[in-house]
Design a protein. Structure first.
Length: 154
């Protein structure tokens, strides 16, 4: 390879890498085509078509602003308020349990109820979150309905 006086190899110009009329250069052209293909945006599938990324085609896109998007934010806030509020106020329930149903048990034993409740609520997110991502909302709501059905029967 030719070197300049200081021992550095000369730089090729960009035009020497591009194939031109009468030039060979299929390897460089193929490499540039591969780069362009990897950075070009992929077409989004139409409704009902299979997504090449393996995502569920029945899930519509998230709303981007507007009233519907803000209603989702407000609804999520209500869900977190009620669920986390119930767990965080277990001390009130513990006092009631100690004076009524579980008066023969120690406060330490009764505290396990609240601790398990908080653990299940927080720990279940790792499992249910991945199931929701994989199968969508339908599977998780069906499971929820079946799980809570016995609590409604009196």
């Amino acid at each position: 390879m030719d070197t300049e006086p200081d021992g550095v190899a000369p730089q090729k110009s960009r035009s020497s890498l591009m194939p031109g009329p009468g030039k060979e250069g299929g390897d460089e052209k193929k490499r540039l085509d591969d780069i362009n293909e990897s950075v070009s945006p992929k077409p989004t599938p139409a409704a009902g078509e299979a997504d090449p990324n393996g995502l569920n085609p029945d899930i519509s896109e998230a709303p981007e602003g507007g009233l519907r998007a803000w209603l989702v934010v407000v609804g999520s806030g209500f869900v977190f308020f009620s669920c986390l509020g119930f767990v965080n106020t277990f001390g009130v329930f513990q006092q009631y349990y100690m004076s009524h149903q579980l008066r023969n048990h120690t406060p330490d034993n009764i505290a396990w109820i609240g601790a398990l409740m908080a653990f299940v609520q927080s720990g279940a997110g790792a499992i249910t979150g991945s199931l929701f991502d994989r199968f969508g909302a339908r599977v998780s709501t069906i499971f929820s309905r079946l799980r809570f059905l016995p609590s409604w029967i009196q």
